[in-house]
Write a protein that binds this ligand. Structure first.
Ligand code: PGA
Length: 251
Protein backbone atom coordinates (compact mmCIF):
# COMPACT_ATOMS: atom_id res chain seq x y z
CA UNK A 1 0.00 0.00 0.00
CA UNK A 2 1.31 3.41 -0.94
CA UNK A 3 2.17 5.55 2.03
CA UNK A 4 2.09 9.33 1.48
CA UNK A 5 5.43 10.95 2.09
CA UNK A 6 5.60 13.33 5.03
CA UNK A 7 7.99 16.23 5.60
CA UNK A 8 7.75 17.51 9.15
CA UNK A 9 9.77 20.43 10.51
CA UNK A 10 10.63 20.38 14.21
CA UNK A 11 11.34 23.93 15.27
CA UNK A 12 12.46 22.95 18.78
CA UNK A 13 13.02 26.06 20.96
CA UNK A 14 13.24 28.40 17.98
CA UNK A 15 10.99 31.13 16.54
CA UNK A 16 9.10 33.63 18.64
CA UNK A 17 5.44 34.23 17.78
CA UNK A 18 6.49 37.08 15.45
CA UNK A 19 9.10 34.89 13.75
CA UNK A 20 6.60 32.07 13.39
CA UNK A 21 4.19 34.47 11.73
CA UNK A 22 6.91 35.58 9.33
CA UNK A 23 7.53 31.93 8.38
CA UNK A 24 3.80 31.49 7.77
CA UNK A 25 3.73 34.44 5.39
CA UNK A 26 5.54 32.07 2.97
CA UNK A 27 3.24 29.12 3.57
CA UNK A 28 0.98 29.71 0.55
CA UNK A 29 3.98 29.27 -1.77
CA UNK A 30 5.00 26.13 0.08
CA UNK A 31 1.52 24.68 -0.14
CA UNK A 32 1.52 25.36 -3.88
CA UNK A 33 4.77 23.40 -4.20
CA UNK A 34 3.33 20.57 -2.17
CA UNK A 35 0.20 20.27 -4.27
CA UNK A 36 2.37 19.32 -7.24
CA UNK A 37 4.23 16.68 -5.24
CA UNK A 38 1.36 14.87 -3.50
CA UNK A 39 3.09 14.85 -0.13
CA UNK A 40 2.14 16.05 3.36
CA UNK A 41 4.08 18.82 5.08
CA UNK A 42 3.93 20.26 8.54
CA UNK A 43 5.78 22.00 11.33
CA UNK A 44 6.04 21.59 15.09
CA UNK A 45 6.39 25.07 16.66
CA UNK A 46 6.78 25.87 20.36
CA UNK A 47 3.60 25.82 22.43
CA UNK A 48 3.47 29.61 22.33
CA UNK A 49 3.46 29.73 18.54
CA UNK A 50 0.96 26.91 17.97
CA UNK A 51 -2.07 29.16 17.66
CA UNK A 52 -0.37 31.64 15.32
CA UNK A 53 0.90 28.88 13.06
CA UNK A 54 -2.42 27.04 13.08
CA UNK A 55 -4.18 30.24 12.02
CA UNK A 56 -1.64 31.25 9.39
CA UNK A 57 -0.19 28.12 7.81
CA UNK A 58 -3.07 27.09 5.55
CA UNK A 59 -3.53 23.35 5.44
CA UNK A 60 -0.07 22.45 6.72
CA UNK A 61 -0.01 19.94 9.56
CA UNK A 62 0.70 21.70 12.84
CA UNK A 63 2.07 19.54 15.65
CA UNK A 64 2.89 20.21 19.28
CA UNK A 65 6.39 19.13 20.34
CA UNK A 66 5.24 17.45 23.54
CA UNK A 67 2.31 17.19 25.95
CA UNK A 68 1.51 15.92 29.42
CA UNK A 69 -0.44 12.67 29.75
CA UNK A 70 -2.82 14.10 32.37
CA UNK A 71 -5.78 16.23 31.31
CA UNK A 72 -5.13 18.75 34.08
CA UNK A 73 -3.58 18.92 37.52
CA UNK A 74 -0.70 20.13 39.64
CA UNK A 75 2.03 19.93 37.00
CA UNK A 76 3.71 23.33 36.97
CA UNK A 77 5.11 24.29 33.60
CA UNK A 78 3.48 21.48 31.62
CA UNK A 79 0.83 21.69 28.92
CA UNK A 80 -2.09 19.28 28.64
CA UNK A 81 -3.66 17.66 25.59
CA UNK A 82 -7.01 19.51 26.00
CA UNK A 83 -5.09 22.81 25.97
CA UNK A 84 -3.44 21.83 22.71
CA UNK A 85 -6.62 20.45 21.19
CA UNK A 86 -8.52 23.63 21.90
CA UNK A 87 -6.29 25.33 19.32
CA UNK A 88 -7.41 22.86 16.67
CA UNK A 89 -4.06 21.03 16.82
CA UNK A 90 -4.35 17.28 16.32
CA UNK A 91 -0.73 16.16 15.97
CA UNK A 92 1.93 15.82 18.66
CA UNK A 93 5.56 14.63 18.82
CA UNK A 94 6.38 12.24 21.63
CA UNK A 95 9.75 11.04 22.94
CA UNK A 96 12.08 13.27 20.95
CA UNK A 97 15.65 12.49 22.06
CA UNK A 98 16.02 16.01 23.46
CA UNK A 99 13.04 15.32 25.73
CA UNK A 100 14.57 12.00 26.73
CA UNK A 101 17.91 13.71 27.41
CA UNK A 102 16.94 17.04 29.00
CA UNK A 103 13.58 16.17 30.54
CA UNK A 104 14.40 12.61 31.63
CA UNK A 105 11.57 11.24 29.54
CA UNK A 106 11.35 7.45 29.43
CA UNK A 107 9.62 5.17 26.95
CA UNK A 108 7.13 4.35 29.70
CA UNK A 109 6.18 8.03 30.05
CA UNK A 110 5.95 8.19 26.27
CA UNK A 111 3.54 5.26 26.37
CA UNK A 112 1.25 7.14 28.77
CA UNK A 113 1.33 10.19 26.51
CA UNK A 114 0.68 8.15 23.37
CA UNK A 115 -2.33 6.45 24.97
CA UNK A 116 -3.73 9.80 26.11
CA UNK A 117 -3.20 11.34 22.68
CA UNK A 118 -4.94 8.45 20.96
CA UNK A 119 -7.86 8.71 23.39
CA UNK A 120 -8.08 12.33 22.27
CA UNK A 121 -8.06 11.29 18.60
CA UNK A 122 -4.69 12.92 17.97
CA UNK A 123 -1.91 11.70 15.70
CA UNK A 124 1.37 10.84 17.39
CA UNK A 125 4.88 11.09 15.96
CA UNK A 126 6.80 8.75 18.24
CA UNK A 127 10.56 9.34 18.10
CA UNK A 128 13.08 6.59 18.72
CA UNK A 129 16.84 6.38 18.21
CA UNK A 130 20.11 5.28 19.74
CA UNK A 131 22.98 7.28 21.25
CA UNK A 132 26.44 7.40 19.69
CA UNK A 133 27.78 4.94 22.30
CA UNK A 134 24.96 2.50 21.48
CA UNK A 135 25.54 2.94 17.76
CA UNK A 136 29.26 2.31 18.12
CA UNK A 137 28.71 -0.81 20.21
CA UNK A 138 26.24 -2.22 17.68
CA UNK A 139 23.21 -1.88 19.96
CA UNK A 140 21.03 0.21 17.61
CA UNK A 141 18.40 -2.45 16.98
CA UNK A 142 18.21 -3.49 20.64
CA UNK A 143 17.63 0.12 21.74
CA UNK A 144 15.11 0.89 19.02
CA UNK A 145 13.24 -2.34 19.76
CA UNK A 146 12.99 -1.53 23.46
CA UNK A 147 11.83 2.03 22.80
CA UNK A 148 9.24 0.85 20.30
CA UNK A 149 7.88 -2.06 22.34
CA UNK A 150 7.50 0.01 25.51
CA UNK A 151 6.33 3.20 23.81
CA UNK A 152 3.62 1.44 21.81
CA UNK A 153 2.67 -1.08 24.51
CA UNK A 154 -1.07 -1.84 24.71
CA UNK A 155 -1.94 0.27 21.70
CA UNK A 156 -4.88 -1.27 19.84
CA UNK A 157 -4.37 -2.42 16.27
CA UNK A 158 -7.20 -0.19 15.07
CA UNK A 159 -5.49 2.89 16.51
CA UNK A 160 -2.32 2.49 14.50
CA UNK A 161 -3.64 4.91 11.88
CA UNK A 162 -2.87 7.54 14.53
CA UNK A 163 0.79 6.53 14.77
CA UNK A 164 3.83 7.78 12.87
CA UNK A 165 7.27 6.56 13.97
CA UNK A 166 10.40 8.66 13.52
CA UNK A 167 13.81 7.02 13.61
CA UNK A 168 16.31 9.64 14.74
CA UNK A 169 19.77 8.44 15.71
CA UNK A 170 20.88 10.82 18.46
CA UNK A 171 24.38 11.11 16.98
CA UNK A 172 22.95 12.51 13.75
CA UNK A 173 20.72 15.20 15.27
CA UNK A 174 22.05 18.70 14.74
CA UNK A 175 25.53 17.36 14.04
CA UNK A 176 25.64 17.41 10.25
CA UNK A 177 26.49 13.68 10.47
CA UNK A 178 23.37 12.28 8.84
CA UNK A 179 22.99 8.51 8.91
CA UNK A 180 23.67 7.00 5.49
CA UNK A 181 20.58 6.07 3.53
CA UNK A 182 21.63 2.42 3.94
CA UNK A 183 21.64 2.68 7.73
CA UNK A 184 18.41 4.68 7.83
CA UNK A 185 16.65 2.26 5.47
CA UNK A 186 17.90 -0.74 7.42
CA UNK A 187 16.56 0.60 10.73
CA UNK A 188 13.29 1.93 9.26
CA UNK A 189 12.75 -1.51 7.69
CA UNK A 190 13.53 -3.11 11.04
CA UNK A 191 10.99 -0.80 12.71
CA UNK A 192 8.38 -1.90 10.17
CA UNK A 193 9.18 -5.54 10.91
CA UNK A 194 8.68 -4.86 14.64
CA UNK A 195 5.41 -3.05 13.87
CA UNK A 196 4.31 -6.11 11.87
CA UNK A 197 5.10 -8.34 14.86
CA UNK A 198 3.04 -6.04 17.09
CA UNK A 199 0.12 -5.13 14.85
CA UNK A 200 0.23 -7.46 11.84
CA UNK A 201 1.80 -6.90 8.43
CA UNK A 202 -1.26 -5.21 6.94
CA UNK A 203 -1.22 -2.47 9.59
CA UNK A 204 2.57 -2.18 9.52
CA UNK A 205 2.37 -1.50 5.80
CA UNK A 206 0.21 1.57 6.45
CA UNK A 207 2.25 3.15 9.28
CA UNK A 208 4.59 5.91 8.20
CA UNK A 209 8.18 5.61 9.37
CA UNK A 210 10.29 8.77 9.05
CA UNK A 211 14.02 9.34 9.23
CA UNK A 212 15.40 12.35 11.11
CA UNK A 213 18.91 13.66 11.75
CA UNK A 214 20.72 16.32 9.71
CA UNK A 215 18.31 16.08 6.79
CA UNK A 216 19.04 18.97 4.41
CA UNK A 217 17.78 20.06 0.99
CA UNK A 218 20.79 18.29 -0.58
CA UNK A 219 20.08 14.88 0.94
CA UNK A 220 16.32 14.84 1.56
CA UNK A 221 15.42 13.07 -1.65
CA UNK A 222 17.86 10.21 -1.05
CA UNK A 223 15.85 9.30 2.03
CA UNK A 224 12.50 9.84 0.37
CA UNK A 225 13.42 7.36 -2.36
CA UNK A 226 14.18 4.54 0.08
CA UNK A 227 11.28 2.05 0.22
CA UNK A 228 10.87 1.90 4.01
CA UNK A 229 11.45 5.61 4.68
CA UNK A 230 8.18 7.51 4.37
CA UNK A 231 9.46 10.97 5.06
CA UNK A 232 11.69 13.13 7.19
CA UNK A 233 11.63 14.90 10.53
CA UNK A 234 13.82 17.95 10.04
CA UNK A 235 15.19 20.32 12.65
CA UNK A 236 17.70 22.96 11.58
CA UNK A 237 16.83 22.95 7.88
CA UNK A 238 13.13 23.52 8.60
CA UNK A 239 13.56 26.89 10.31
CA UNK A 240 14.08 29.30 7.43
CA UNK A 241 11.22 29.48 4.89
CA UNK A 242 13.73 29.34 2.01
CA UNK A 243 15.33 26.20 3.31
CA UNK A 244 11.97 24.54 4.04
CA UNK A 245 10.78 25.39 0.51
CA UNK A 246 14.05 23.96 -0.85
CA UNK A 247 13.40 20.71 1.02
CA UNK A 248 9.96 20.47 -0.58
CA UNK A 249 11.28 21.33 -4.04
CA UNK A 250 13.97 18.65 -3.85
CA UNK A 251 11.56 15.84 -3.01
P1 PGA B 1 18.24 18.21 12.76
O1 PGA B 1 17.19 17.75 13.87
O2 PGA B 1 17.56 18.11 11.43
O3 PGA B 1 18.62 19.61 13.13
O4 PGA B 1 19.39 17.26 12.85
C1 PGA B 1 16.32 16.69 13.64
C2 PGA B 1 15.38 16.51 14.81
O5 PGA B 1 15.81 16.64 15.97
O6 PGA B 1 14.18 16.23 14.60
Amino acid sequence: MARRKLLLGNWKMNHTIAESKEFCSHSADMIKLVAEKGIDIGVAPSYLSLQTVKENAGNMIVAAQDCHFADHGAYTGFVSIPMIKELGIDWCLVGHSERRLYAAETSLTCNRKIKALIENKMTVVYCVGESLADFESGRTKAIVKEQLLIGLMDIAKEDTDKIVVAYEPVWSIGTGKNASVEIAEDICGYIRKLLADMFGQEKADTIRVLYGGSVKPVNVNEYMKAPDIDGALVGGASLAPDSFAELIKNI
